[in-house]
Write a protein that binds this ligand. Structure first.
Ligand code: PLP
Length: 487
């Protein structure tokens, strides 16, 4: 077991996990063999590819196995100790443990473990903010205790007020997420939204511009956080801006929660002491099961705790159990080593690109992700993503600021270090990855389309994909995924 790999990957643990998976697959096989085959094949494919998708990772067998239990069968609408279903005592234990680990790990006043995903966590947070800042004072003004006590006319007035609030978030093309006020997402329909971007020359977040926009727009919610911004954010400054205009600061740390948990981001870069509400996914750099979490100050905790029925139905108790296991893993000292290696490896990857003259948005990174501008290779993001996949390198295309190719074809490729760091890759391997990526892209050309160069089709020089694939396989063989786990 390396210091950075998922915990418990010693020989004995691997042998026990092998037995568990072999037995589970035999059981599945007896009902639907094609699912057992697809499950085996998925592991083989993940083992055989250089996974550089910034939002993915490899959870430990303990986390994965925890999801396959009878907690999946249990309905438990409500909250800990206050359920709308009988016999939820074990779900209470599970949810309380997940929340306790989250509070301890992040130093939060309150944690809510029910959201099924990041998008759900954000919806719970938005509605908790609306409930606290708009609904509760509105009810008090109308002299009512509960919304069910309002007349039709008063309820309509309150509903109109709830739907007339403002949100300021980072734009999608500069690295924000679609749940931060993008019109096609419900967040952009619920709120009047405005977006802040990055400095067009440096690509860095411009706090003065955010402040100017906040002063003019006066949002109820200021959202910080990103899915494709390769730099750290100063959350103390974002809180100052929020306070100046009377906004609630919500931070979506879905991408970098592992760096917060692993104490790479501390002080002004740790969102928890600065934000009113923090949301996250649990499956990216945090290396847990697919799911979401909300952390909140005492002011917002009661409203967040009503995530069900406000936004959610029955919680996924089996996933909450897996969140508890993953958060327990993240509280181990090894996780700090892992998180630091994630940041160091992203840096090595960025340096590898820079020294090979490949253009990076902001010129580098200081978090877990690197955004490569592939226009320097004469390609669209779509062509680069496909060519890299042909060579066994799994990435995703991503818009860059003011992207000339739009959100579908894009001009960028986003790389993340969390997954390969879990496999044990270090700085030298990440430098080699940069080398392989550049080799593929330098040897890829757009194919001719009916009106000039195609944005999707491409050709790769003979032999390059196979050569890179073989070189990637060497790196992967030296750093096996789930070493000792046999199916
Ligand atoms: N927030 C951010 C910043 C994200 O990057 C993502 C996922 O990509 C989400 C929220 C949504 O997470 P999920 O896919 O679990 O709904």
């Amino acid at each position: 077991m390396t210091a950075t790999s998922a915990p418990g990957q010693g020989a004995e643990y691997a042998a026990t996990a092998s037995e568990a998976y072999q037995a589970a697959l035999r059981v599945i096989e007896s009902v639907e063999p094609r699912i057992a085959d697809a499950t085996r094949k998925e592991l083989a494919d993940q083992r055989d590819s250089l996974k550089l998708i910034a939002s993915e990772n490899y959870a430990s067998p303990a986390v994965l196995l925890t999801m396959g239990t009878w907690f999946s069968d249990k309905y438990a609408e409500g909250t800990i100790g206050h359920r709308f279903y009988a016999a939820c005592q074990n779900v209470d234990t599970v949810e309380a443990l997940a929340a306790e680990h989250a509070r301890e790990l992040f130093g939060a006043q309150y944690a809510y473990a029910q959201p099924h995903s990041g998008i759900d966590a954000n919806l719970v947070a938005y509605w908790a903010i609306l409930a606290t800042k708009v609904e509760a004072p509105g009810l008090a003004e109308m002299g009512a205790k509960h919304i069910n006590d309002l007349s039709e006319a008063d309820w309509e007035k309150l509903r109109a007020k709830l739907g007339n609030q403002r949100l300021l978030g980072m734009s999608l093309d500069t690295g924000g997420h679609l749940t931060h006020g993008f019109r096609p997402n419900i967040s952009g329909k619920m709120f009047h939204q405005r977006q802040y971007g990055t400095d067009p020359t440096t690509g860095f977040l411009d706090y003065d511009a955010v402040a100017a926009s906040a002063r003019e727009f006066k949002p109820l919610v200021l959202v910080a956080g990103y899915s494709a911004y390769p730099r750290r954010v100063n959350f103390a400054k974002m809180r100052e801006i929020a306070d100046e205009v009377g906004a609630v600061l919500m931070v979506d740390m879905a991408h970098f929660a592992g760096l917060v948990a692993g104490k790479v981001f501390t002080g002004d870069e740790d969102p928890v002491p600065h934000a009113h509400v923090v949301t996250t996914t649990t499956h990216k750099s945090l290396r847990g099961p697919r799911g979401g979490l909300v952390l909140a100050t005492e002011e917002f905790a009661p409203a967040v705790d009503k995530g069900c029925p406000m936004v959610l139905g029955g919680p996924l108790s089996h996933v909450m159990a897996a969140k508890a296991v993953a958060l327990a893993e993240a509280r181990q000292p090894e996780f700090r080593t892992y998180a630091q290696a994630v940041a160091d490896n992203a840096q090595a990857l960025a340096d590898g690109f820079v020294k090979r003259d490949a253009g990076l948005v902001t010129g580098g990174t200081d978090n877990h992700l690197v955004l490569l501008d592939v226009t320097s290779f004469g390609l669209t993001g779509r062509q680069a993503e496909s060519a890299l996949l042909d060579a066994g390198i799994v990435t995703n295309r991503n818009a860059i600021p003011a992207d000339p190719n739009g959100a579908w074809y894009t001009s960028g490729i986003r790389f993340g270090s969390p997954a390969l760091t879990t496999r044990g890759f270090g700085a030298d391997e990440f430098d080699r990855v940069a080398d392989l990526v550049v080799e593929v892209l330098e040897n890829t050309q757009p194919a001719a389309g009916p009106n000039g160069p195609s944005k999707a089709k491409y050709t790769i020089a003979d032999g390059v994909a196979a050569r890179v694939h073989a070189a990637a396989a060497e790196l992967l063989d030296a750093n096996p995924l789930y070493p000792g786990l046999t199916l």
